[in-house]
Design a protein around this ligand. Structure first.
Ligand code: SF4
Length: 353
């Protein structure tokens, strides 16, 4: 897949766009006024591989605490501001690495202009974050609803205005809770501007439904070469957003981080209790960052083939199964020994690499 050429910006040292790797972002879900909990959550996100974290700034107290969070957190932080442009300006003074604003909620050009001038002075980028749920009223009147065209027009208005101020450190997102609208909006904007695009499907839902919608929306766009950074939105632990984000990149062969577990769905031929075993393998490898392909297969039909193709794998059989490594059978194990043998083999491989 050929990636669309975009300008490059930098968010706290993380490059976005151009030939930079597609980065994985998330957002804290704690009360920003609670510094301790927010810093803890950022730490968990960092351990999961998150590269940029957005933090909501709902009021001035949160903005003040944001300064403390900035001092203690190791990742680049994006201040997310609605309604009150002064919060964006204060967040920049308190060390924000970038600002996310929504033209539909920031309250007009004068206020946006003030934010842009401060960002320019400090050399910080701004994300124009269009959300289908908060488009400008006149656009809703013109288009009837939040269509992809309306979302793009909203973004272009702000982009063109920022350009008149000679500001180009821009990143754009056009998120809808409807997957097809999201895809169409990004396709349209990618033909209009060369600013880096932040991909996401907004309000995508809980772990399963949000993963499905995000994988289709983000995955399809990435496959078309559109997108420079991603955020999966889930109603749940933000660490899962990061895991799903890397899962999308891994599935498309864009970035490899952590294990790729291939497990069969099981069927009437399965001779071992595979479903809990596959879940246990995933759980035990959850914190592994090394890219490794692990097969967990139920029987001799596809099991040996997949297990041979993987770096390491198991294939069930009568009274246990076989452990494979790099295409060769290492040993036969009882069902009770299989998982431990697999994990030990992976640990040996990771140590060697
Ligand atoms: Fe069924 Fe075997 Fe295929 Fe698993 S590998 S789905 S157990 S045939």
């Amino acid at each position: 897949m050929r990636r669309r050429k975009t300008r490059q910006i930098s968010v706290g040292g993380v490059k976005i766009g151009g030939d930079a790797p597609i980065s994985v972002q998330s957002m804290t879900k704690t009360d920003t006024r609670d510094v301790h909990k927010t810093v803890d959550q950022i730490q968990c996100l960092q351990e999961a591989g998150c590269e940029i974290v957005r933090v909501a700034i709902p009021d001035m107290l949160a903005c003040e605490r944001f300064g403390e969070i900035r001092e203690r957190a190791a990742l680049p932080l994006v201040a997310d501001v609605h309604f009150d442009h002064r919060l964006a300006i204060q967040a920049m003074k308190r060390g924000a690495d970038a600002i996310r604003i929504n033209p539909g909620t920031i309250g007009g050009r004068k206020r946006l202009g003030n934010i842009v001038l401060k960002a320019k002075e400090r050399g910080l980028p701004i994300r124009i974050g269009i959300n289908s749920g908060s488009l400008e009223r006149d656009l809703l009147r013109t288009y009837g609803r939040a269509t992809p065209e309306a979302m793009v027009e909203s973004a272009l208005r702000s982009i063109r205005f920022m350009e008149t101020l000679d500001f180009h450190e821009i990143k754009v997102s056009l998120k809808s809770s409807d997957v097809v609208t999201t895809i169409e909006a990004y396709r349209l904007i990618s033909r209009e501007v060369d600013y880096p695009l932040h991909l996401g499907v907004t309000e995508a839902g809980t772990l399963v439904s949000g993963t499905i919608k995000s994988s289709i929306g983000i995955g399809l766009l990435l496959y078309e070469g559109i997108g420079d950074t991603i955020r999966v939105s889930l109603t749940g632990d933000p660490v899962e957003e990061v895991r799903v984000g890397y899962g999308i990149l891994r599935a498309l062969g864009i970035r490899q981080r952590g294990p790729d577990v291939i497990s069969c769905p099981t069927c009437g031929r399965c001779e071992i209790d595979l479903i809990p075993m596959a879940n246990e393998v995933e759980r035990r490898l959850r914190n592994l960052t090394h890219p490794i392909r692990v097969a967990v297969m139920g029987c001799v039909v596809n099991g040996p083939g997949e297990a041979r193709e993987a770096d390491v794998g198991i294939a069930g059989g009568r009274d246990g199964g076989l452990l494979f490594r790099e295409g060769k059978v290492r040993k036969r194990c009882s069902q009770g020994e299989l998982i431990q043998a697999l994990i030990e083999e992976i640990e040996k491989m990771v140590k060697k690499r």
